[in-house]
Design a protein around this ligand. Structure first.
Ligand code: ATP
Ligand code: MG
Length: 178
């Protein structure tokens, strides 16, 4: 059990389910240890997520901010300029959060996805991670994590899909998917 605090860069990537929820699980663990947790959601999903209400119980010790729009068109040739603008705003918020020293764990949810859809370039993200306060932990989630960020990270987990209920035609379940 080490006591020396060393801020880690952690990546949850891959096509399997569990990337965002594992990051929130870490947030729960961290808040239990007295750390202050901020999760910025770069791409807002289309549901009202249970965790938004659940973290209210932690007040300003575990905060989730939804930055993006409800729905991002995937597979389009070019990302919608409005989505790009919201991702840029989310990134500015992330930079502010890193510099503020208000937080001990910063979760950048779906930032990998935003980068892989060319809504955000990986260079400023890599530069900010290199320059972050030494004791700040950062988790980056989303499919197709950029190789330069994977290189930089301390802990990287690839979530592999073995199967997903969706393939059987089972729709998103309340409390499990949202
Ligand atoms: P979760 O938020 O449940 O931890 P995730 O962050 O790993 O999932 P995302 O890529 O962010 O997954 O996708 C979010 C939504 O898509 C979730 O509702 C999740 O159940 C669903 N999903 C994730 N993986 C798959 C999959 N392999 N096939 C179908 N749907 C999936
Ligand atoms: Mg996710």
């Amino acid at each position: 059990m080490g006591d020396a605090r060393r801020g880690l860069i952690i990546i949850h990537t891959g096509p399997g389910k569990g990337k965002t929820t594992a990051a929130m699980g870490t947030g729960l663990r961290a808040v239990g240890q007295g750390l202050r947790v901020l999760m910025l959601q770069f791409i807002k999903g289309s549901w009202h997520y249970g965790e938004l209400d659940a973290v209210q119980a932690f007040g300003d010790r575990f905060v989730i901010r939804q930055m993006g729009r409800g729905f991002v068109k995937v597979g389009a040739e070019k990302p919608d300029p409005e989505d790009v603008r919201m991702v840029e705003e989310a990134w500015q918020e992330a930079e502010r959060a890193m510099a503020s020293r208000e937080w001990d764990l910063l979760i950048l949810d779906e930032i990998n996805y935003a980068i892989s859809y060319k809504m955000l370039s990986p260079e400023p993200v890599a530069a900010a991670l290199k320059a972050k306060p030494e004791d700040l932990h950062v988790i980056l989630t989303g499919r197709n994590a950029h190789p330069s960020l994977v290189e930089l990270a301390d802990t990287v987990t690839e979530f592999r899909e073995v199967k997903h209920a969706y393939q059987k035609g089972i729709l998103a379940q309340r409390g499990i998917e949202y």
